[in-house]
Design a protein around this ligand. Structure first.
Ligand code: 2AM
Ligand code: CA
Length: 264
């Protein structure tokens, strides 16, 4: 497999998919709900996933595709080359704000992340990485993350986790929110990860993410020294949904040990 060539191909289809999505604002977007009334999907999510799958299959017929909208195949193992795709991460932002949504893709070979992409469709900003070779923001190299103290950290977290809930001890999260310098919530996991890898956030915490939300981001994170795990400090489970923490290496362990207490 020629990684450089695959990288050029992936970028080309991501930019093309982005142009199609931007054009879609001039015609009707049909909104439906999925697992709950706030879990949104549109015809554009599906069309974009289908567009990417057709391009990938046409040029690489043996590659398998795990896509959020289920238009690829049922992927039950990460053997061979697997593309993990979210055609629109941040669908609520897409629908409501017409910005702050990402196309994100991770390309895995036998379970190892090789190429990662997060593309901010409206800003036309690309974060990408080639494993072992580095990470870039619009073709400028991303630097390795510099140490940060927890008191100086700005973290991404959804406000609902600071309220009583049945997944984590929210009192600990309140302590975390009081300790850090600031919190942000962008509504797209991929966007928050893009900010962590480029040092605009120092951590991003989520109680339940899917492989396609983070598949591209963890590959980029690794190149800049960010640590990505689930709340047990283990690798994210790419064949189901899992908890997720990506952070600057100087505060990853501290957040897990001192501020995250899962309810079993
Ligand atoms: P989506 O827009 O592709 O659905 C919102 O805080 C973030 O969480 C988005 O990245 C969103 O991705 C993701 N998300 C929303 N609902 C989810 C669910 N039920 N499981 C996993 N990820 C989800
Ligand atoms: Ca999505």
């Amino acid at each position: 497999m020629d990684v450089k060539q695959l990288d050029e191909f992936a970028k080309k289809i991501i930019f093309e998919a982005g142009r199609n999505i931007r054009a879609a604002f001039s015609y009707d977007i049909e909104i439906e709900t999925k697992s709950n009334p706030n879990d949104l999907v549109t015809n554009i999510d599906r069309e974009t996933e289908l567009f990417l799958i057709e391009k990938i299959k046409a040029s690489n017929p043996t590659h398998r595709i795990l896509g959020e909208e289920g238009m690829g195949e049922k992927v039950e193992s990460l053997e061979g080359v697997v593309w993990i795709i979210d055609p629109i991460d941040g669908t609520m932002n897409f629908v409501k704000q017409h910005r702050h949504f990402m196309i994100t893709i991770g390309i895995y070979v036998d379970g190892i992340g090789v190429l990662g992409y997060i593309f901010d469709v409206m800003r036309e900003d690309l974060f990408n990485a080639i494993a072992g070779a580095g990470a870039w923001y619009n073709d400028s190299p991303l630097r390795r993350l510099q140490p940060v103290k927890i008191e100086e950290a700005v973290i991404g977290i959804n406000a609902s986790w600071v309220t009583p809930n049945n997944r984590i001890n929210h009192e600990k999260i309140i302590e975390l929110v009081r300790t850090v310098r600031g919190t942000r919530s962008y509504g797209s996991a991929a966007m928050e990860i893009a900010f962590v890898v480029s040092g605009k956030l120092d951590a991003y915490i989520s109680m339940r993410l899917a492989p396609w939300d983070i598949g591209g981001g963890v590959i980029i994170g690794k190149e800049v020294g960010a640590i990505s795990t689930n709340f047990n400090g283990k690798d994210f489970d790419f064949l189901s949904k899992d908890t997720f923490l990506i952070a600057n290496p100087s505060i990853h362990r501290e957040i897990l040990d001192n501020y995250i207490e899962e309810k079993k």
